[in-house]
Design a protein around this ligand. Structure first.
Ligand code: SF4
Ligand code: SF4
Length: 257
């Protein structure tokens, strides 16, 4: 549109085409910052003018509002992320808003540097968010589906509040396998999406807390007769049992002993 109309816009952007703005995942945004992009501009179809029936642009909107709050939470300027809605005849609008955003980003400076953060700290904070994206999306899934009122954009900013995001991170659970209860049935390890469970036949299973993405699957799938997985909030996870104490006794063996 802007190109076909020969409109001038800044050469400092890289365009990545997706079939629908709803395809832009929370993880894509943070991965872009991790890869040293100083800003992310999402261009979607105008609200209620979706080419499909999915209205993915509404989802892109709620995702963007959530991402902005998370950015604030980890110390990044939320202005580094922007969403705009347009149709094929709005090339001029696209060029203007992109130019405006690039000007703003130049004022803010490079990502992390502009915020006075060391590179290591920036990488650490973004990687932690990327690890928690599945958890965040599970907790906020209903809210992310909300179709906001397109006529009152001034209310969008408060859809996710800073306090809500503060609590979201405060309430992050940890999952722990109780050594006394685990029967090494291996169900949790087979279902863990990120291989975060150290699983050996006949041995108490152990969750690697650094790998765990808090999806809660292990809690859901541990058979009710064992109930070995516990969800912990606001308390430290007990250390795993030493290797020599991980050999388990089956329930029947315990009865005989
Ligand atoms: S919550 Fe359980 S299943 Fe999910 S990633 Fe962590 S260890 Fe794996
Ligand atoms: S599903 Fe439960 S009993 Fe089976 S290995 Fe995992 S924690 Fe242990």
């Amino acid at each position: 549109m802007a190109g076909v109309s020969r409109l001038q816009y800044t050469p400092e952007i890289r365009i990545i085409r997706v079939m629908c703005s709803g395809r832009v995942d929370l993880a894509f945004v943070f991965r872009a910052f991790l890869n040293k992009m100083d800003g992310v501009y999402i261009g979607g179809c105008r609200l209620d003018e979706c080419n499909y029936t999915t209205h993915g642009n509404y989802h892109a909107l709620t995702m963007t509002l959530l991402a902005k709050r998370i950015m604030e939470h980890i110390g990044l300027y939320p202005e580094r992320l922007r969403i705009e809605f347009m149709n094929a005849s709005m090339g001029q609008y696209f060029a203007e808003t992109v130019n405006e955003m690039v000007k703003k980003i130049k004022e803010l400076g490079p990502v992390g540097v502009g915020e006075g953060m060391s590179e290591e700290e920036l990488v650490r904070r973004i990687k932690e968010i990327l690890r928690l994206v599945p958890y965040i999306k599970i907790v906020k899934r209903e809210k992310l589906k909300t179709k906001l009122d397109k006529n009152s954009p001034e209310s969008w900013n408060e859809f996710f509040t800073a306090e809500e995001i503060e609590n979201l991170f405060k309430e992050i659970p940890s999952y722990y396998i109780e050594p006394e209860k685990c029967q090494a049935c291996m169900t949790c390890a087979r279902r863990c999406p990120v291989d975060a469970i150290d699983s050996k036949r006949g041995m108490v299973h152990v969750i690697d807390q650094d790998k765990c993405i808090k999806c809660g699957t292990c809690l859901d799938v541990c058979p009710p007769k064992f109930r070995a997985v516990t969800k912990l909030i606001g308390v430290n996870v007990p250390p795993p049992p030493p290797e020599e104490k991980r050999l388990i006794k089956r329930e029947k063996e315990k009865e005989v002993a």
